[in-house]
Design a protein around this ligand. Structure first.
Ligand SMILES: NC(=O)c1ccc[n+]([C@@H]2O[C@H](COP(=O)([O-])OP(=O)(O)OC[C@H]3O[C@@H](n4cnc5c(N)ncnc54)[C@H](OP(=O)(O)O)[C@@H]3O)[C@@H](O)[C@H]2O)c1
Length: 283
């Protein structure tokens, strides 16, 4: 099967960055609002990721308040539906609920959060119906491994799947072996979540690597900004989250190519790419 021709988006997603919003619904995490405004206004970041699951819709509501007043065409809003809502009764009410909480009349990208028991024929048909109604621009999936994508590609319009949002970071590179090449060959855009490996435990800690930290100190770039660039270099739209303006600014600094190549050599030695197939890690 060959990759289908995609409509181009207004933004270049592969190799770009996006801000995640997990935990934003909690009153303690108000710092994200300032990060979102600065990321959009100063850095031209446009991808914002949320889900109906996060705080049971409260995260979408909090995000909706922050983006009020930002021109809609400056944003690329990504939202996710739970697999248990993938049925006649719940699909459109879930989608309309997310739109209402976000205060928008369309999503740029709507994803099935994980496969669960979802009927993939229903998924493709409903998502396409939502596209036809102008409620979403693109649709996709999250946490789909290669066999899941193979199943999806067998159903009618399954090849309209635009994106697969998966866990990928320097600490977990398993998808490089065959999932990523498979997605690329089918024109399915990779988006990485937890790109800094935050929820992945136990994991190695880049801050404990003497050579990498020496390079970071000598050049003044944070290891996190290098890690994000690693994801972008693999073609991912790399999602990260931060409640700190200082971290946001560090992460979005442009790392010069020469510095990045030095980092890459050290990172490949410390966190080697996979040499065998392994199941997709989901967190
Ligand atoms: N599809 C899915 O199943 C799924 C699953 C998980 C996540 N996601 C999405 O992906 C988004 C990002 O993932 P994530 O939130 O799990 O984790 P992440 O981006 O890998 O890591 C976030 C953590 O890194 C810290 N951090 C960020 N920049 C830093 C810096 N320069 N220096 C030191 N620490 C730094 C943050 O702390 P500070 O706040 O202190 O900066 C926070 O604790 C989520 O918000 C969500 O939207 C999707």
């Amino acid at each position: 099967m060959t990759a289908i021709q995609r409509e181009t988006t207004d933004f270049t997603l592969p190799g770009s960055y996006g801000l995640g919003t997990t935990g934003f619904w909690s009153g303690a995490n108000t710092g994200l609002a300032g990060c979102i405004r600065e990321a959009v206004d100063q850095y031209g970041l446009h991808v914002l990721d949320t889900a109906e699951m996060y705080g049971n819709g409260r995260c979408e509501s909090a995000l909706g308040k922050v983006i009020r007043g930002i021109p809609r065409d400056k944003l690329f809003l990504v939202d996710k539906i739970l697999p248990e809502h993938m049925n006649e009764k719940d699909f459109f009410s879930s989608l309309h609920g997310s739109l209402r909480r976000l205060g928008t009349d369309y999503l740029d990208l709507y994803l099935l959060h994980w496969r669960g028991e979802a009927d993939l024929s229903f998924l493709a048909a409903s998502m396409e119906a939502a596209v036809q109604k102008g409620l979403i621009r693109f649709w996709g999936v999250s946490n789909f491994d290669e066999p899941d994508l193979e199943d999806l590609l067998k159903v009618e319009n399954g090849d309209r799947c635009y994106c697969n949002q998966i866990f990928y970071s320097l600490y977990e590179r398993g998808s490089e072996y065959s999932l990523l090449p498979f997605m690329k060959s089918h024109g399915i855009l990779p988006m990485s979540y937890s790109s800094l490996g935050s929820d992945y435990h136990p994991h190695p800690d880049i801050h404990k690597n003497k050579h990498i930290m020496e390079l970071c100190r000598a050049t003044g770039y944070a290891p996190e900004s290098m890690m994000l660039k690693m994801n972008a270099a693999q073609g991912f739209c790399a999602l990260f989250s931060t409640f700190s303006l200082l971290h946001l600014r560090e992460n979005l600094r442009q790392v010069p190519e020469g510095v990045f190549q030095q980092f890459r050599t050290l990172a490949d030695a410390a966190f080697p790419p996979p040499d065998h197939a392994s199941p997709l890690v989901k967190i």
